[in-house]
Write a protein that binds this ligand. Structure first.
Ligand SMILES: *Cc1c(COP(=O)(O)O)cnc(C)c1O
Length: 457
C-alpha cells in the first residue's frame, strides 16, 4: 500500500521539483508520518481484502484478523510472522459486538487499557513501531488532552527503545505514572504547553516538519495524523462485518460518533478494502457544523484556509454531555476532502451527517437501558440517537451497528440518571483519575519544545 499527501491529491498538481515526493510505502508513512509538501498522508491505492474477510468466520479473533490483513498493507515490508507478533502484542483486548435485535447492534470499543476506542489505534502503532525499529532508539510525540495522554503513555511504556513526548494544553492531566518519567529513569516526557489544544497539534506538526531535528531523534507522531494509528481502526469495521455476515440479510450501516472523523475515515477505508457496507452515519453534536459541508458538497471546493474560515464562522454550542465531540475543524478534514474528490458519489450516497442535541443523547441512554438493559456511553448514545433520527425519516436500512467509543463507567452520573443504576468501574480504569504533573512547561513555540526535548534526552 502506498501513500500520497492530501496536498498533492487536492491540488491535482505534481509537487514542485525540489519537493518532489512520489508515493511512499506504509513503513515510510508510519516512520515519517507527515509529507514534506504539507497535508496528511492518504492511501493512494487499497489492497483488496475480500479474499480474507469473506472467508473468516465468527470464530476469528480480532487479533487473528489484524494479523491476517496487516501484511497486505506492507507489501513485503512486514512479513506475516512479524505481523502476527504486532497483532498479538497490540491486542490483548477485543472489540465486542452485541446484537440487540433485528435493527441494532452495539460495537463496544472500550475494552482496552484506558476504556476508550483510541486504545486500538495507539496499541497497534506502539507494537508496530517496536517491530519496525527492531531495537533502534526513536521518539514518538503526541498532542493529548485528558486521558488520551495516559493511553499513549501506557501503550508505549514497555516498547523497546521508544521515548514518548506528550504535549498537553493548559488544563489538568490524568493517569500518568510519575515513575515512568525520564528524570526517574523511565522514558516519558510530559510537557505542558501554555496554550490551546490546537497549539499543541501545531507544535507536533512543526516538530515533524523540522526534518533535521526530527531525524536526529527519529521522531514520529502518535496522533491520528499517523496512518499507523488510523488504518488499524478499519479492523473493527471488518471484524463487525465478519461477525454479522451470517445474521443479516439486508443493508448494513454503521453509526459513528464523530469528532475528528478518524473513525469515519477508517470506515471509508474499510469500504475501499472491499467491505460491503451501505451507509455510514456521522453522528455529531450541534457544535460540529462540519457535517453541513459534507451535505452540501462545499468540502469538494476544499481550499484549506477557506474552509477553515467557513467552519469557524459557525457558532459554537458546547455540549455538556459529550464535549470530546465538539470539534470545530476536524483534523481529518483534508482526508475527507480528498476522499470526496476521488469518490464524490460514495460520499454523497453513503455518508449521512446527523446532528444530535444533549437531550436526545440522554434520552437514547435511557431508551437503550429500558429496552435492552445495557448501559450505553454518551458517545454511543449520540450515535444511537442519530440512527433513530434517520430511521424516523426513512426506511432505507436494515441493520445499524452503533459504535460505543468509551466505557460507560466513566460516565457514572449520566448512566445513573438514565437507569437508576451505576455501572461497575473496572479497577484498571480507576487509577486513570489520578491527577498528574508535567516535567516541563513551555510557551507554544518550536524552539521551546526542541530545547525541552534536548534537555530531557
Ligand atoms: C476521540 C473520541 C471520539 C471521536 O472520534 P473521532 O475519530 O475523532 O471522530 C468519540 N468518542 C470518544 C469517547 C472519543 O474519545
Amino acid at each position: 500500500m502506498y501513500f500520497v499527501s492530501t496536498t498533492q491529491a487536492l491540488n491535482g498538481q505534481p509537487p514542485e521539483e525540489n519537493h518532489s515526493s512520489p508515493a511512499v510505502s506504509f513503513k515510510e508513512a508510519v516512520l515519517h508520518c507527515l509529507p514534506r509538501e504539507g497535508g496528511l498522508y492518504i492511501p493512494e491505492s487499497a489492497p483488496d481484502l475480500r479474499p480474507f474477510f469473506l472467508h473468516m468466520g465468527e470464530e476469528t479473533t480480532f487479533s487473528e484478523l489484524a494479523a491476517a490483513v496487516t501484511p497486505l498493507f506492507f507489501e513485503g515490508e512486514l512479513n506475516p510472522l512479524a505481523a502476527s507478533r504486532v497483532a498479538e502484542r497490540a491486542f490483548d483486548f477485543e472489540p465486542e459486538l452485541l446484537r440487540l435485535d433485528e435493527t441494532y447492534s452495539i460495537l463496544s470499543l472500550y475494552n482496552g487499557p484506558t476504556g476508550v476506542f483510541k486504545d486500538f489505534g495507539i496499541s497497534f502503532l506502539a507494537a508496530l513501531l517496536e517491530e519496525l525499529l527492531n531495537g533502534e532508539n526513536a521518539m514518538v510525540i503526541a498532542a493529548a488532552r485528558g486521558h488520551t495522554g495516559a493511553a499513549i503513555a501506557r501503550a508505549f511504556q514497555n516498547r523497546q527503545g521508544i521515548t514518548t513526548v506528550l504535549l498537553y494544553p493548559d488544563e489538568p492531566i490524568y493517569g500518568l505514572d510519575s515513575g515512568s518519567y525520564v528524570p526517574q529513569g523511565g522514558r516519558l516526557i510530559p510537557i505542558r504547553v501554555k496554550g490551546s489544544p490546537d497549539d499543541c497539534q501545531k507544535l507536533v506538526s512543526a516538530l515533524i516538519q523540522d526534518r533535521t531535528f526530527a531525524e536526529r531523534y527519529r521522531i514520529t507522531a502518535a496522533n491520528a495524523i499517523n496512518v499507523g494509528r488510523l488504518l488499524p481502526q478499519s479492523f473493527y469495521f471488518l471484524y463487525s462485518f465478519v461477525k454479522l455476515k451470517k445474521h443479516i440479510t439486508g443493508e448494513l450501516m454503521f453509526s459513528i460518533p464523530s469528532g475528528n472523523f478518524g473513525n469515519l475515515i477508517a470506515a471509508l477505508y474499510a469500504w475501499k478494502f472491499g467491505m460491503p457496507v451501505n451507509g455510514l452515519i456521522a453522528a455529531m453534536t450541534a457544535n460540529n457544523s462540519f457535517g453541513e459541508f459534507i451535505k452540501d458538497g462545499t468540502i469538494a471546493d476544499y481550499h484549506g484556509e477557506f474552509l477553515k474560515a467557513a467552519v469557524n464562522k459557525n457558532a459554537a454550542f458546547a455540549s455538556a454531555v459529550t464535549p470530546v465531540l465538539d470539534i470545530h475543524y476536524p483534523s481529518n478534514c483534508e482526508r475527507l476532502a480528498s476522499f470526496y474528490k476521488s469518490a464524490p458519489a460514495v460520499m454523497r450516497n453513503m455518508v449521512f451527517p446527523e446532528t444530535v442535541d444533549d437531550a436526545s443523547t440522554l434520552r437514547a441512554m435511557k431508551t437503550v437501558w429500558d429496552k435492552y438493559g445495557i448501559h450505553l456511553d454518551p458517545h454511543g448514545a449520540v450515535a444511537f440517537a442519530a440512527a433513530e433520527q434517520i430511521a424516523a425519516g426513512a426506511d432505507f436500512y436494515d441493520h445499524v451497528v452503533v459504535l460505543s467509543t468509551a466505557h460507560p463507567a466513566n460516565y457514572s452520573d449520566l448512566a445513573f440518571k438514565a437507569s437508576g443504576k451505576r455501572p461497575d468501574l473496572p479497577e484498571h480504569l480507576a487509577s486513570l483519575d489520578n491527577r498528574a504533573e508535567p516535567i516541563a512547561e513551555i510557551e507554544p513555540d518550536l524552539e521551546g519544545l526542541e530545547s525541552a526535548i534536548a534537555s530531557c534526552s
